[in-house]
Write a protein that binds this ligand. Sequence first.
Ligand SMILES: Nc1ncnc2c1ncn2[C@@H]1O[C@H](COP(=O)(O)OP(=O)(O)OP(=O)(O)O)[C@@H](O)[C@H]1O
Length: 230
Amino acid sequence: MLICEALVIEQDDFRLTADVTFDKGKITALIGPSGAGKSTLLAALAGFLAPASGRVLWRDMDLTPVPPGARPISAIFQDNNLFPHLTIAQNVGLGLRPTWHLTADERGCVERALSSVGLAGLGARKPAALSGGQQSRAALARVLLADRPVVLLDEPFAALGPGLKDEMLDLVQSTLGVAGRTVLMVTHDPDDARRIADQASLVAAGTVSAPVETRVFFEAPSPALSAYLG
Ligand SMILES: Nc1ncnc2c1ncn2[C@@H]1O[C@H](COP(=O)(O)OP(=O)(O)OP(=O)(O)O)[C@@H](O)[C@H]1O
């Protein structure tokens, strides 16, 4: 379980509290108004933002003092965080080690990760030579290879057209979901949550609400969710 224990995150006059548990091996959608703090929560979980108080726990381990690179967490953000001067294979290889000089075995692992997201044979290209959807796939391949149990997705597919976005969501489910990763996915689109999330959590009015099974979340919305969905 990934636990936010009495977590308080502050940025200037913005304040977000989270006292919630995200179940291990589930995909949780984080939904809420713009500026509510969804990205802020992910930044704190990833270790890029120190909380004002409270703790982040993973399997009883206190992650709060652990630096980002040493956390059992990987992330994909909207820009896919690919390095433009590296090839796709090198970018994906960074999921294994922070170097682009990989052993033959490691290069084999990269090729398999690329194949699993439908990018077989494209490893030698630079990110600019891939479409937006293919870049998203490369980012997903790196996360698969990094093999960390918790994956944070901060609207990585928002810039894709609806068909491509659905394809990527399904790929997330068939790779990360099936592999039992604990996934937190920020989205503005209820259909994204309905499509692949086991549960959903509302981020609004300075608070992260406890996750609820996705069907129940939308069928019996809280007043705050109703206000957001309009
Ligand atoms: N570097 C920063 N310094 C100060 N305040 C910030 C900083 N980054 C974000 N904020 C504020 O923190 C609040 C939460 O922002 P955040 O980006 O987490 O919201 P969000 O729910 O992810 O929004 P969106 O859906 O629009 O991406 C906002 O009020 C924002 O203005």
